[in-house]
Design a binder for this molecule. Structure first.
Ligand SMILES: Nc1ncnc2c1ncn2[C@@H]1O[C@H](COP(=O)(O)OP(=O)(O)OP(=O)(O)O)[C@@H](O)[C@H]1O
Length: 325
């Protein structure tokens, strides 16, 4: 049984659709990246899964139960949530904040020390939260989300405010949680670095699913080209004739490099042909990145929905938003 099942879910606010229609399953131990432009419906989706919102139509099931039903309280401890704008009692120390949540969630206080250590806040455990940097507050938020050792973790913009090493540590933690069977929904506008840590990506646009699948599946579906750069003494005409029929586009990148664009389906064959050339001294391979895949689907969604901001606008909105958090 899937950990989360959203079946033909619609969510309206005062008659305006935040989610037009969404069906989605999340499996045990799966890390799902949930992406989309500002206002696409990501937070609404998370709130529906958490049971903070009721669907206008359709059904939401978490651990086999409706998260808005009164009986769900027995399962709530299995859920962890890091909200987008994390805020705590400023006058309490980090340790006090976590101890407070531990008490609320009926978690043994030993776990507080352990978590402070895990998120790298031990040194500041006895400092008031008002003295914490943005990244430290984010780490405290993460510790709070992990208190009950959840089986489903919802993370809204988890890496905002984290420095590069803290971001890497954070993803290492996500990998660990996945290994322990925890399902994770990772909602982020910061796409670089996410690819390796998600099993599937769900791209929302204007309240609807624009794409869902593994990155390999989405690359194939989107038919974005793979770029191969071959360095060395290569006869372009010979290479061109050898690669005929492999749906390639060959151009000269520099004096000693050639750029070959090919489809995902022909990638291995094209590489084999290039490798046969004795003059080839080096090869770079660039598969379409998550950003390129994201852009492809958001642009496609924008061309169908006039209420969807074009990607260049969503980027600047994101930057502004991150700046004021
Ligand atoms: N409580 C609410 N009342 C009215 N409209 C709402 C409410 N919550 C969300 N919306 C609307 O629903 C749509 C989806 O919002 P949501 O917060 O889910 O988007 P998002 O993808 O999380 O955006 P962002 O990336 O900016 O955080 C937006 O148009 C938003 O204005």
């Amino acid at each position: 049984m899937s950990v989360v099942q959203l079946n033909q879910v619609k969510k309206y606010f005062d008659g305006i659709a935040a989610i037009k229609e969404l069906s989605l399953n999340i499996e045990e131990g799966e890390v799902l990246g949930l992406f989309g432009h500002n206002g696409a419906g990501k937070t609404t989706t998370m709130k529906l899964i958490l049971g903070l919102l009721k669907p206008t139509e359709g059904t939401v099931s978490v651990f086999g139960h409706a998260p808005t039903s009164p009986h769900f309280s027995d399962h709530r401890y299995r859920l962890g949530f890091l909200p987008e704008n994390v805020s705590f009692y400023q006058q309490l120390t980090g340790k006090e904040v976590l101890a407070y949540f531990a008490k609320l969630k009926k978690v043994h206080k030993n776990r507080v020390e352990q978590l402070l250590e895990e998120v790298g806040l031990n040194h500041a455990a006895n400092r008031k939260v008002k003295t914490y940097s943005k990244g430290m507050k984010q780490r405290l938020g993460l510790a709070q989300a992990l208190l009950t050792a959840p089986k489903l973790l919802l993370l809204d913009e988890p890496t905002v405010g984290l420095d590069p090493i803290a971001t890497q540590d954070f993803y290492a933690m996500v990998d660990q949680l996945k290994k322990s069977g925890c399902s994770v929904v990772l909602c982020s506008h910061v796409l670089p670095g996410v690819e390796k840590h998600i099993d599937r990506a769900a791209i929302l646009g204007a309240g609807q699913l624009q794409a869902l699948g593994t990155l390999t599946e989405l690359r194939e579906q989107a038919q974005l080209p793979t770029t191969i750069r071959a360095y060395g003494e290569i006869n372009r005409d010979i290479l061109r004739s050898e690669l005929e029929g492999h749906a390639v586009d060959i151009s000269t990148a520099s004096d000693n490099a050639m750029e070959i664009q090919t489809s995902h389906a022909y990638k291995t064959q094209v590489l084999r042909e290039i490798m046969k050339h004795p003059g080839v001294s080096d090869i770079d391979l660039q598969t379409p990145s998550l950003e390129q895949i994201y852009r492809h689907y958001v642009e496609a969604s924008a061309s169908h929905n006039h209420d969807t901001p074009p990607p260049h606008m969503t980027n600047s909105i994101t930057k502004d938003k991150e700046g004021v958090q």
